[in-house]
Design a protein. Structure first.
Length: 309
C-alpha cells in the first residue's frame, strides 16, 4: 500500500474522512491566540536508525557525501516511513569556540601527554556533536526539526551535545531546541586566506563563480601555476587534510579535486564561521525509551528533565 493510502486508512479509523491534514485557524482574540499546529505531529516517532535511513534522505542535505567518525543515526518516522534523519558523531579534539564555552578544557602551556590524553577521553565520554540533520521537504516548516534535535540530544544520554551550524545565524531551529550559542567567530585562517585570494585573484574572495571563472580563463603554464598555488596553500592550512589518514597521503587527495571543489574548499576554510552551540542534557544518565513521540518535546521546557514519558 502507498504512503498516501496508509494515511487515508489511519484517518478513516479516527473518523476524519474529509481531509488528511487538519488545519486549525487561530482565534482572533490575541489573548487566546495559539500557534498553528500540524496535526500529524502526534503520529511522528523518533528512534534510533541506521545508515540506510541517511541514504534515503542524504541528497536533501547540503553535505550529501560521507558521514562523521563513529556515527549514530536517528530517524523520525510517520506510519513507518522515514521522514527525518539526524546523525551524530564524535567531537573534535580542539575547538576554539568550545574553549570559550568551556574555558577549563582549553589547552594550556605546560600540559603534558597525560593531560592531553585525558582531555580527549573526557570529550569522548561526555560530548557528541550533531553532524547532519535533514527532513523530507514535505515536512519542513512545521516545527519538526527543532523538536527532533532536542529529543536526539536527550536520547544520546551524554551530558553535552554540540552543534556547529552556519544556518543558525538565520534560522533559529537549534536555539528553539534548547542549544545555547557563543558569539560567531572568524575562521582561524580568515586573515591568511583572504590575503591569499587578494594576491592571486581579482575577483572578491567570497565570489565563488567569479573566482572559478577567473581560474578557468587562465591558460597553459599560468593556469597550472595558479592551481599549484591553490593546492599548496590548501594543503598546508587545512586541518581537515592534515589529520588522520589523509595526513599520510600528501597532496594525493587534493590533486584529485576538480577546480570547483578546490576553490569551494579554499573558501570554506577561509570564510566559514559556523556558530557553535551546546545543549546541556537534563536527562543525561537517565534511561529513556527507544521510541519517543515527537510531541514529547512539548511536555516540558526544552532544557528541563522529561516528564511522564
Amino acid at each position: 500500500m502507498t504512503f498516501a493510502g496508509k494515511l487515508a486508512d489511519a484517518y478513516r479509523e479516527t473518523g476524519a474522512t474529509d481531509a488528511l491534514v487538519e488545519r486549525r485557524m487561530r482565534p482572533s482574540d490575541p489573548l487566546t491566540r495559539s500557534a498553528a499546529r500540524f496535526s500529524l505531529l502526534n503520529d511522528m516517532i523518533v528512534s534510533r536508525g541506521d545508515k540506510s535511513d541517511w541514504d534515503l534522505l542524504h541528497e536533501l542535505h547540503y553535505k550529501a557525501d560521507g558521514t562523521p567518525f563513529a556515527p549514530h543515526f536517528y530517524k523520525t518516522t510517520l506510519y513507518g516511513e522515514t521522514i527525518g534523519v539526524t546523525v551524530t558523531g564524535t567531537p573534535k579534539g580542539l575547538l576554539k569556540e568550545r574553549h570559550v564555552a568551556f574555558p577549563r578544557l582549553k589547552p594550556k602551556s605546560g600540559d603534558n601527554k597525560l593531560i592531553n590524553t585525558h582531555r580527549y577521553h573526557f570529550l569522548n565520554q561526555n560530548f557528541r556533536v550533531i553532524s547532519r540533520h535533514v527532513f523530507d521537504t514535505r515536512f519542513r516548516g512545521i516545527s519538526c526539526g527543532y523538536r527532533m534535535l532536542n529529543l536526539v540530544a536527550r536520547m544520546e544520554g551524554l551530558p553535552f551535545m554540540e552543534i556547529q551550524s552556519s544556518m543558525s545565524k538565520f534560522n533559529h531551529f537549534a536555539q528553539k531546541a534548547g542549544f545555547r550559542f557563543v558569539a560567531p567567530m572568524n575562521s582561524n585562517k580568515f586573515d591568511k586566506g583572504v590575503l591569499f585570494f587578494l594576491e592571486h585573484f581579482d575577483a572578491s574572495p567570497q565570489d565563488y563563480e567569479g573566482v572559478v571563472a577567473e581560474l578557468s580563463s587562465k591558460e597553459g603554464l599560468e593556469r597550472e601555476k595558479l592551481l599549484a598555488a591553490c593546492r599548496h596553500f590548501y594543503f598546508h592550512n587545512s586541518a581537515l587534510e592534515r589529520t588522520g589518514a589523509k595526513r599520510h597521503n600528501g597532496h594525493s587527495t587534493i590533486d584529485l579535486m576538480s577546480d570547483r571543489v578546490l576553490i569551494k574548499n579554499l573558501q570554506q576554510m577561509t570564510l566559514a564561521s559556523p556558530m557553535y552551540g551546546v545543549f546541556l542534557n537534563p536527562d543525561a544518565g537517565t534511561p529513556l525509551p527507544t521510541e519517543i513521540p515527537l510531541t514529547a518535546f512539548d511536555s516540558q521546557p526544552p532544557t528541563e528533565k522529561f516528564h511522564d514519558l
